[in-house]
Ligand binder design. Structure first.
Ligand code: NAD
Length: 326
């Protein structure tokens, strides 16, 4: 099947469909005319993120945990699978680390089995966390990472690493199985809940509540921030390419946490709120010091690079948070 022909509607399965990125991906795929089956256990995502779709003929949402095989679900023919199901914020993935590892290993195995049986192409969403606390900066895909296998973040970092290894091993065993691996870097935007503790939504939520923005560490650690529309464009291009190696999907713009907190405080105050202060808390263990993608591969292979500047994406995200509070 020619997956690059966007004019031809495909049947596409999205796991993690009710989450932040998954729900936006479902919207995009439906907009492009595809038929979409969403799978989610609603562990961190919510059906509310998909409520606006209503009773669309081309969309079906199934409550299912990918730790259990999907063969009994009567899914019919499937062309492509985007595997996004996994808790993504530290407070969520650390709540039940064994379950996080099961989702990464058994879940990915179940999705790979499904892809094999349905002759579907699979794109697995990996993460910049596979680079751990990197000793190479910025991080190219060829860097093997610096990950603690025995610590608070290991269930996610090592889980995502084993999931990549599993995709590779399946492709080795079944060369006809088409795999794609996206290493996503910090992505933000509307539908990312304030309560999930990730830095963008936490900072915005705190600033809107009139509470000090809390930075863990001294504020010199750096992060890159990618708006979700850029991320989804990268995922789509990768899925429809013929490239089987991992590809970084992230925004190389690098900001110190202090700089970023100041931008959020200033932009929230421009919305008529009092300007909040910044408080510094102890840094959690294994928290990476720097993070910045080398996106040469994505540029070369996919002709992709992010286009949304930080302040533009933040403006839309802040407005969404304000809307949620009405
Ligand atoms: P999210 O928590 O908003 O969404 C994850 C979704 O997966 C949720 O709806 C959750 O209920 C569902 N889920 C979790 N475990 C499941 C299971 N066992 N079975 C079925 N559904 C399950 O997170 P997100 O930010 O949308 O992330 C989506 C994917 O992208 C994740 O795999 C994450 O690791 C990856 N990723 C995200 C980022 C980012 O910055 N947002 C960065 C790197 C990688």
């Amino acid at each position: 099947m020619d997956h690059t022909n966007h004019l031809m509607p495909l049947r596409i399965l999205v796991t993690g469909a009710a989450g932040f990125l998954g729900s936006h991906l479902v919207d995009l795929l439906l907009e492009k005319g595809h038929e979409v089956i969403g799978i989610d256990s609603f562990e961190t995502g919510s059906p509310k993120n998909l409520q606006h779709i209503g009773d669309a003929q081309r969309f079906r949402l199934i409550n299912h945990n990918i730790q259990t095989p999907l063969e009994g679900l009567q899914l019919g023919h499937i062309d492509q699978i985007f595997n996004l199901a996994c808790p993504a914020s530290p407070i969520h993935y650390q709540k039940d680390p064994v379950s996080t590892l099961k989702t990464c290993f058994r879940g990915t195995e179940n999705i790979l089995e499904l892809a094999k049986n349905k002759n579907a192409r699979i794109l697995h969403t990996s993460t910049s966390e596979v680079y751990g606390d990197p000793k190479v900066h910025p991080q190219p895909e060829s860097y093997w990472g610096n990950v603690n296998p025995f610590g608070a973040r290991s269930c996610y970092d090592e889980g995502k690493r084993v999931a990549e290894a599993l995709c590779y091993a399946y492709h080795e065993n079944y060369p006809d199985l088409e795999i794609r691996i996206a290493r996503i870097f910090n992505t933000y935007g509307p539908r990312m809940a304030h309560s999930d503790g990730r830095v963008v939504s936490s900072f915005i939520g705190d600033a809107l509540d009139g509470e000090n923005i809390k930075i863990t560490g001294d504020g010199t650690a750096t992060r890159s921030f990618q708006y979700f529309t850029d991320c989804l464009d990268g995922l789509q291009r990768l899925m429809n390419s013929n490239y089987t190696q991992p590809v970084n999907i992230g925004n190389p713009g690098e900001f110190s946490m202090r700089e970023f907190a100041e931008i959020v405080a200033e932009m929230v105050s421009e919305k008529g709120k009092p300007k909040v202060l910044i408080t510094y808390l102890p840094r959690p263990s294994d928290d990476p010091n720097t993070r910045k993608p080398d996106i040469s591969r994505a540029k070369e292979i996919l002709g992709w690079e992010p286009t949304v500047p930080l302040r533009e994406g933040l403006k839309k995200t802040i407005e969404w948070h304000i809307e949620q509070r009405k």
